[in-house]
Write a protein that binds this ligand. Structure first.
Ligand code: SF4
Length: 384
């Protein structure tokens, strides 16, 4: 019988942040050790496990080997040909091909960054993580950035000393799914953390000199906790001062527990207009911080709400204020255009061609002010 410690070859996890498209993925753990958040279906039904350090060393060796092969091809007079890459693939197992593709993508991306998968790498022993980081840096000394997702609950348990050692070993960016800092919202969605712990974790990451991204999820409190979702989250972010605040609007795919709450009436979903009000409330209550706000997700109503605080506050919030001041029929055209992927920003309303498409989409789908929230819900499912 196969032992669970057997090495099964190079592995890739299912997701990475958009900003890590050119990074080398190293799968330190599989799936999520918490896996209870009611708004998240990413790892549902998947068992969490930690991969042995020696397996990660083998993964790194495999990528190192392929990187050298690829670079040797590229160094030939005239560069590498498609045929040569095909030859490199020939006779290899599916797993080796995956590693080779990963190496090729990384070489083409400049080999500057590594992303540690899956949901919460920092859950492994600090010494193990440091060993993996040291080995990766030794094999790839040119790497400038190593990033991981992490849970606040996990980080809060790591000592300051260990966090500094992890930073010194090369982990220099962490993404935390804060989502909300309202204790009511966090408890309702079973996030497994509270506001105080979010603050402790965020401040600890910053103290260690690691760049920090905190994700905020507009709409997660529904109608009941919309105000708290904005106000409590702004208060926590003001105490953390993360390098980045990333907006990722709630989506409601049918495979998540929160969707069942929505169907039963236990969760009253926000429409786009109150969602915009919630986002504005958050942004208007951020103060004394120097974070950069990013809106780099397709589910966000406004992709142009980006900039650095405090200087860009007025510019960032202007489209939200303009949207909220528009007549409902005009808001409707924007919501349909945005949710069908025709518009990416509010000023697209003034592009006559795009507007024409949006008006046709509204007519084709028979969207009215009465049914726009149902339409939005259905359209957003397609982007998740
Ligand atoms: S901790 Fe993250 S990955 Fe895990 S269930 Fe919650 S949102 Fe999903």
């Amino acid at each position: 019988m196969k032992k669970c410690e057997d090495y099964e070859g190079f592995e890739l996890g299912p997701i990475r942040p958009p900003s890590e498209a050119q990074s080398l993925m190293l799968r330190i753990t599989r799936n999520c050790p918490w896996n209870k958040c009611t708004f998240c279906g990413l790892y549902k039904g998947q068992k969490f496990s930690i991969r042995p350090v020696k397996h990660l060393i083998k993964d790194i060796d495999t990528i190192h080997y392929f990187v050298e092969e690829i670079q040797a091809f590229m160094a030939q007079p005239g560069g590498a040909t498609q045929r040569q890459y095909m030859d490199l693939m020939a006779g290899r197992s599916e797993n080796e091909k995956m590693a080779l593709h990963t190496a090729l993508n990384w070489v083409q991306g400049g080999m500057q960054s590594i992303f540690l998968q899956d949901a919460n790498t920092l859950v492994i022993k600090p010494d193990d993580l440091i060993e993996i980081l040291n080995y990766a840096k030794k094999c790839f000394p040119q790497v400038q950035r190593i990033t991981s997702y992490a849970r606040s609950q996990t980080i809060a348990r790591i000592s300051d000393e260990d966090m500094v050692r992890i930073a010194e070993a090369g982990l220099n960016r962490i993404h935390i799914g804060l989502e909300s800092a309202s204790d009511d919202v966090l408890a309702f969605v079973k996030k497994g953390v509270d506001k105080a712990t979010h603050i402790i974790a965020g401040q600890k990451v910053k103290r260690a000199g690691i760049e920090l991204s905190e994700y905020f999820m507009p709409g997660l409190g529904g109608e009941a906790f919309s105000n708290e979702n904005a106000m409590e989250t702004a208060d926590a972010l003001n105490q953390i001062n993360p390098d980045f605040i990333r907006i990722r609007t709630l989506g409601l795919p049918e495979n998540i527990e929160l969707y069942k709450d929505f169907l039963s009436g236990a969760f009253a979903k926000l429409g786009d207009v109150p969602m915009a009000e919630e986002l504005l409330l958050l942004l208007d209550n951020l103060s004394g911080i120097t974070s950069t706000v990013k809106s780099d997700h397709i589910l966000n109503l406004f992709q142009e709400v980006e900039g650095r605080l405090p200087e860009d506050h007025e510019r960032m919030t202007a489209p939200i204020r303009t949207f909220l001041a528009m007549p409902p029929e005009e808001q409707l055209i924007y919501m349909v255009g945005r949710r069908t992927g025709i518009f990416s920003k509010l000023e697209d309303l003034h592009d006559s061609e795009l507007r024409n498409h949006a008006e046709k989409a509204r007519a084709a789908h028979r969207v009215t002010l009465d049914n726009v929230d149902d339409f939005t819900l259905e359209m957003m499912k397609q982007f998740i």
